[in-house]
Design a protein around this ligand. Structure first.
Ligand SMILES: [Zn+2]
Length: 374
């Protein structure tokens, strides 16, 4: 297990650490097959005549190597070439329509998500012991990226899930028993909008069975989801499974005609996280650019979909200390709208926000030490 830290010389200092374990040759507990031994007249032909097997193992090899590189080069606002190459390798596998899902990719995603779950179950977020800044108080917040636009945000006192989705079309990226283990660790789930790549009915059914509250927009059509909409932009108090209270604003955005809640959650540690959902409506752009006039909050972390309308203006509008992107490589999307990690990095490189912006792969995590002046 490796970890590393980066310091940003800004009013709010962030320290990131990342570590992921992936045993060599294994993905999600499955060992990559040994070379096939197809004999012809007593001579081993390896893959000759077996194209599917060849491509299956080639993809598997690519993903295993990518995983090893990501273990060594975790999420960073200044990713190394090696990390970008590893992410691009995953992009390539995720855009292989010929052998999509049936290849190692599904196993790979499952393995990364299982590793993230293991981490969540076995560790806790601790308040930083020391602050390198004499007049600044740190709070630790961990962000774990799961599948698609799904994130877990964890502090010392709460664990919250955002748009947890583990289903791509008919394919299960994580089995029910793993989802159940994950949701048992959550104090509440937040849903941005009703589309199935954000509002996964499998996840909500399990949350209902476990009594984990689910907050979403008003038009999901699911009784168990508590419909919220802050048309007045005022803060509301939501009750978590643990009976703890949390301050939230369901910023009333849209994806076309659907309600899209841009959740702005202030953790008990007084750090604010925003999840952007799939905000996509021209009429909302202007007031979102001026969101600070409606909501007087300092945003610490913005989780934003990589293809958001007016991406740079939205980031500048919320002015977070830190940006993390989501929604890359959604396998339920067609290839033209299955935005890759490389494309997010390209957009970041073209922007001039001055805000640390990080591309994360499935199952990766960062621990942020968020400082505020006293
Ligand atoms: Zn979506």
């Amino acid at each position: 297990m490796k970890s590393f830290r980066i310091f940003f010389a800004s009013a709010i200092m962030l320290v990131l650490s990342c570590s992921i374990c992936l045993a060599q040759g294994y993905i999600g507990g499955q060992h990559i097959d040994s070379l096939p031994k197809i004999k012809e007249n007593g001579v081993i032909r390896e893959y000759w005549g077996n194209t599917d097997k060849y491509l299956f193992q080639q993809n598997g090899n690519l993903l295993i190597l990518a995983g090893k590189v990501l273990d060594q080069e975790g999420p960073s606002a200044k990713p190394s070439d090696a990390r970008q190459l590893a992410l691009s390798a995953i992009d390539a596998a995720a855009h292989d329509t010929a052998r999509l899902i049936s290849t190692f990719l599904q196993v790979y995603v499952n393995g990364r998500l299982s590793d993230a779950l293991k981490h969540l179950a076995e560790t806790q977020v601790h308040h930083p012991d020391q602050s390198p800044h004499q007049h600044a108080k740190p709070e630790a917040v961990e962000v774990i990226k799961l599948y698609n636009d799904g994130f877990i945000v964890r502090s010392e006192s709460v664990t919250l899930g955002f748009d947890l989705c583990f289903t791509a079309g008919e394919q299960k990226m994580l089995q029910d028993n793993y989802i159940e283990k994950l949701l048992k660790l959550c104090d509440a789930l937040f849903i941005s909008h009703k589309d199935p790549d954000h509002c996964d009915r499998r996840v909500i059914e399990i949350a209902k069975r476990l009594g984990v509250p689910v907050f979403g927009p008003q038009d999901t059509g699911i009784d168990y989801v508590k419909g919220c909409r802050s048309d007045d932009f005022n803060e509301m108090e939501l009750t978590l499974k643990s009976e703890k209270k949390i301050e939230a604003i369901a910023i009333p955005g849209h994806q076309d005609e659907l309600q899209n809640n841009i959740w702005m959650i202030t953790l008990p540690e007084k750090r604010t996280v925003v999840h952007f959902g799939d905000q996509w409506k021209k009429e909302d752009v202007q007031w979102l650019k001026e969101i600070k006039q409606k909501v007087n909050k300092t945003v610490d972390v913005l989780l934003i979909d990589c293809w958001a309308m007016n991406l740079e203006a939205m980031i500048k509008g919320f002015a977070p200390a830190y940006v993390i992107f989501g929604h890359e490589n959604e396998l339920g999307h067609t290839i033209d709208h299955r935005e890759a990690y490389w494309l997010t990095q390209y957009k970041i490189d073209k922007m001039s926000t001055g805000i640390p912006s990080i591309v994360m792969a499935w199952g990766e995590r960062v621990e942020l030490y968020l400082y505020r002046s006293n």
